[in-house]
Design a protein around this ligand. Structure first.
Ligand code: GAL
Length: 682
């Protein structure tokens, strides 16, 4: 595998020259502007199929040859996409089977993009032909940096081909044993027993085991489609392959994609400008940080930000401009969390069609004299100064479990709450105290290897996949500290409830059992009073939404409910277990509880922070290590000036394109949305 994709921090953009072939002056201007903006890579061909194969079997690569030649002469590398994300009209009309079928059984019209059937042998054949041609022609080009497989995989297809493949997948999963499937699906409920595999041909939400298997199958089928594309390329090109994933998208289990990719990348569109209160972008920054960490954790290696907007998006109800400095803040935040590339959607605003008002490096105005272009090019030069950061790692001793299968099961279950379950936000609430304090966190699925961690936080771990309780139990016994919450340990991988008391197989390690779960209406609250001084917390914390009514077995009570008929009962517990301990937080408590509680645990476990100093609110530090340096990014998410000092010696700060020694006695100024980039020799 060629490794030059790790040689520097890339500054790139989705580039659609096919939209401008009739205007050579614009293509010429693109090259000048790319140099000016310090763009080092262009992602091309993502939606070019209709230009590459305008009629069946008739291929036109000349235009792409010349684009690639021009980019190379201009010293830009290129990321080449396989074009399967959008199929040409002629193909969709001639071969209807490649078009998706909705859950209502309707074959979709040819429209938009990202809507092919992942199973169709015909589509796979067509995709393999074009992919192979691209790989043969460009796969060994010295400027080819990476393969961009398709674009943002996602979405289900309910056609007969997919159902047939689903049935085969189920036969294999259940060893041809329909009785086991029926038992796992609890299918006698509402008379849903299956008497043949062929009957399993529709998506039936009340049968949760089936729904989970369908989502697993769609993940499997999409990964298989992606691997089919990679297989078409590999004989002709050893250049690394990736695919761009999406933040907040949980329709496919991304964890299953990771082992097949050479590196991970994702597309981030946080709602900058929509912070909690004017001028503070830290809640938006939290969302981005969590996802950066999740994508980095997938391989435990630096990832790429394949897309972000240097300005606005155009697909949200309201798209605010990125205020001056916010783009740099968000780009450097990517690096801080383990990113080795900042790339844009899009290089140049298209003149027509649905993305014409989406932000771009080059606007309709057309030259370098814009605020956005200016900010992008300054950033580009700064990224050049950070080449030595490429490949640097993040060492986390804390993991937050964020498991897509668990999320699916929570979405499906109908229980005490059917609105406001918010498992995603809950996970971020538990992640935030670490992020704020500069403590590195991995965000991992429940099946990850837990051995690198001292502390694992598993909020709302409703579903326990095979082996998870056992691994957690042994890990705690060996000295780990586990924190889990209400609505954990209720169901197995088929969404069958554990019998004999929740949290099922976690009962022993947690030393409690949950008899009932109360759901609070939005206007109702309870409160939880701290009883044990060893927590180093005082007073009471508001509880909302979920309140488990628990019994302690071997656990010790740390806090109790104050209200309702369960006043006085345990609300927070700890169980000493082997060399470790396991905490249970029985209610959804106000975030200040997590903040204080996890701060206490972090101090107790001596978890290292990126910069051992008190930072102002909304100022966050993150650390990476590599190439002989410790790198620390101190980001100011406030729209106001902030400052900090550090007593740690040996740091240098990158300012005005030069590293200067950081004076430990001097106050470091952070202008609004500024990031201080520090390094010191390891
Ligand atoms: C991404 C997509 C890009 C572009 C962008 C707009 O999801 O991959 O092609 O549409 O959104 O924000």
């Amino acid at each position: 595998m060629t490794e030059n994709f790790r040689e520097k921090i890339w500054h790139g953009a989705d580039y659609n020259p096919e939209q401008w072939l009739e205007t050579p002056s614009i293509l010429e201007e693109d090259l000048r502007l790319m140099r000016l903006s310090h763009l080092s890579s262009a992602s091309i061909g993502i939606f070019s199929w209709a230009m590459l194969e305008p009629h069946e079997g008739e291929f036109h690569f000349e235009w792409l040859d010349s684009v690639i030649e021009n980019l190379s002469k201009n010293e830009q590398k290129f990321v080449l996409a396989t074009p399967s994300g959008a199929k040409p009209h002629w193909m969709a009309l001639r071969y209807p089977e490649i078009r998706r079928v909705t859950s209502g059984g309707q074959r979709e019209a040819q429209k938009a993009r990202h809507n092919h059937c992942p199973t169709s042998p015909l589509y796979r054949e067509k995709v393999a032909i074009i992919d192979e041609k691209l790989a043969r022609r460009y796969g060994n080009h010295p400027a080819l940096l990476a393969w961009h497989i398709s674009n943002e995989f996602g979405g289900d297809c309910h056609c007969d081909l997919c159902f047939g493949a689903f049935q085969n997948w189920l036969r294999e999963r259940y060893n041809d044993d329909l009785d086991t499937l029926n038992r796992n699906y609890w299918s006698r409920f509402w008379s849903h027993s299956y008497s043949s595999w062929e009957e399993i041909n529709f998506i039936d939400a009340p049968v949760h085991g089936l729904d989970l298997d369908w989502r697993r199958f769609m993940t499997h089928q999409t990964v298989d489609f992606m691997n089919h594309e990679i297989a078409a390329i590999r004989p002709h090109s050893q250049v690394p392959a990736t695919t761009n994933m999406m933040g907040d998208f949980t329709g496919l289990d991304y964890a299953q994609f990771a082992p097949h990719l050479d590196f991970i990348c994702w597309d981030a569109y946080p709602q900058w400008g929509n912070g909690d209160f004017l001028g503070d972008e830290s809640e938006v920054g939290l969302w981005a940080a969590f996802h950066h960490d999740m994508f980095r954790s997938m391989k435990g290696l630096p990832f790429w930000l394949m897309e972000c907007s240097p300005a606005q998006t155009n697909w949200r109800p309201v798209s605010k401009l990125k205020a001056p400095g916010v783009h740099r803040l968000s780009a450097l935040q990517t690096l801080a969390h383990g990113g080795d590339a900042v790339m844009y959607f899009q290089w140049r605003q298209s003149r027509g069609s649905s993305e014409k008002f989406h932000g771009a490096v080059v606007s309709h105005q057309g030259n370098e004299n814009t605020r956005v272009f200016g900010e992008v090019s300054v950033l580009g030069s700064e990224l050049e100064d950070l080449s030595a950061l490429a490949g640097a790692r993040t060492a986390a001793r804390v993991a937050v479990i964020y498991d897509f299968e668990n999320l699916w099961a929570i979405y499906d279950e109908q229980g005490p709450r059917n609105e406001g379950k918010n498992p995603e936000k809950t996970s971020r609430d538990f992640y935030k105290p670490f992020w704020k304090r500069g403590i590195s966190v991995d965000v991992v699925p429940s099946t990850a290897d837990f051995s690198p961690y001292q502390l694992i936080v598993a909020p709302m771990l409703y579903m326990l996949r095979p082996g998870v309780a056992e691994q957690l139990t042994e890990w705690v016994r060996a000295g780990g500290t586990l924190v889990t919450t209400y609505w954990s340990g209720l169901a197995d991988e088929n969404d069958l409830c554990f019998l004999g008391g929740f949290p099922g197989p976690l009962r022993e390690v947690l030393g409690i059992w949950v008899e009932e779960t109360d759901a609070l209406h939005p206007h109702q609250t309870n409160s939880v009073h701290i009883e044990d001084p060893t927590l180093q917390m005082e007073g009471a914390f508001e509880a909302r939404d979920y309140c488990d009514l628990i019994h302690t077995e071997t656990a010790h009570i740390l806090a109790t409910y104050e209200k309702d008929f369960y006043a006085g009962r345990a609300a927070v517990t700890v169980n000493k277990f082997g060399a470790g301990r396991a905490f249970y937080i029985a209610a959804r408590l106000e975030t200040s509880f997590q903040d204080q509680f996890l701060a206490h645990l972090s101090a107790d476990l001596q978890l290292p922070s990126a910069l051992n100093t008190q930072l102002p609110a909304g100022v966050v530090a993150q650390k990476r290590e590599g190439n002989g340096f410790e790198w620390v990014f101190v980001s100011n998410f406030n729209g106001s000036q902030q400052s900090f000092t550090t007593s740690q010696s040996g740091f240098e700060r990158l300012e005005n394109r030069a590293w200067s020694p950081l004076d430990t006695s001097a106050t470091q100024i952070l202008t609004p949305y500024d990031t201080a980039i520090l390094r010191r020799a390891l």
